[in-house]
Design a protein around this ligand. Sequence first.
Ligand SMILES: Nc1ncnc2c1ncn2[C@@H]1O[C@H](COP(=O)(O)OP(=O)(O)OP(=O)(O)O)[C@@H](O)[C@H]1O
Length: 309
Amino acid sequence: MTTTAIAVSGLRKAYGDRTVLDGIDLEVQAGTVFALLGPNGAGKTTTVNVLTTLMKADGGTVLVAGHDIATEAKAVRAAIGVTGQFAAVDDLLTGRENLRLMVDLQGGGKQVVDDLLERFDLVESADKPASTYSGGMRRKLDLAMTLVGDPRIIFLDEPTTGLDPRSRRTMWAIVRELVADGVTIFLTTQYLEEADQLADRIAVLDQGRLVAQGTADDLKRQIPGTHVRLRFTTVAELDAAARVLTDATRDDEALALRVPSDGGTTSLRAVLDRLDEYALSADEFSVHTPDLDDVFLALTGHHTEVAAK
Ligand SMILES: Nc1ncnc2c1ncn2[C@@H]1O[C@H](COP(=O)(O)OP(=O)(O)OP(=O)(O)O)[C@@H](O)[C@H]1O
């Protein structure tokens, strides 16, 4: 049996006369990872702030752990943990002191602090000030602090932005462990790969609207499938090849043709044979399997990088 951890319906939020969330509907099943994917300024942080009761919505309903954020904010807060872009970590305190402070606020014993330091591989630096921590260590400490009250629903706002690939992978491993323990994760990210790697479901947010929702595979199905890309040296060659490969799509700027194909050897050979038949040759030949960046382009008309800082 599945239960709903987060249910959002018609969520709206504006800053002054600027609408930032324009009617968001989504549902997150308990024990799963939900990724809200979008470029800078799409409205991800605003969504997290509203869902975690830090900010009031202007419209719509939101239930978190079965509690209405508008009328039962306290119960919502008791059920969730939040790790934000602007971490709760106090730079002047050591890692251990930061954790102890959380334990004092939330309840729990010394053992909780020791266990979390161990679990997040922070034992060696536990007694150094947080100001000396690397970005990856800070994120780990921040997440460890979030786990003090043993929340069953955790919000992670861009948990790996700015981290090096190794720290990012460590963070992903931690998220997977939490989910294996039955925790529900709502994360925001501007990394397509992160959503692809972690999320059971992904919602794509663009300028305050969800432009798609589904599994990574669902999203990939919404865009042109696997194809062969052929690049030529001259426009004349491109023209000639386009006449021969009639189902191809042209990219004049790149002097390339895109030919639908299942990527199997038979269909690849057919394309090459056809070129051979007309004594044509391509400069470059590649098989392209769509990734989430293609999804974003297909759904929003722009790449994720366009809006990136
Ligand atoms: N307090 C505020 N007052 C006015 N406008 C705001 C405020 N906070 C955010 N905005 C604007 O609302 C839009 C959405 O911001 P939000 O921080 O939710 O986006 P985001 O997807 O989380 O982006 P980022 O990755 O940069 O955090 C942005 O255009 C931002 O400039």
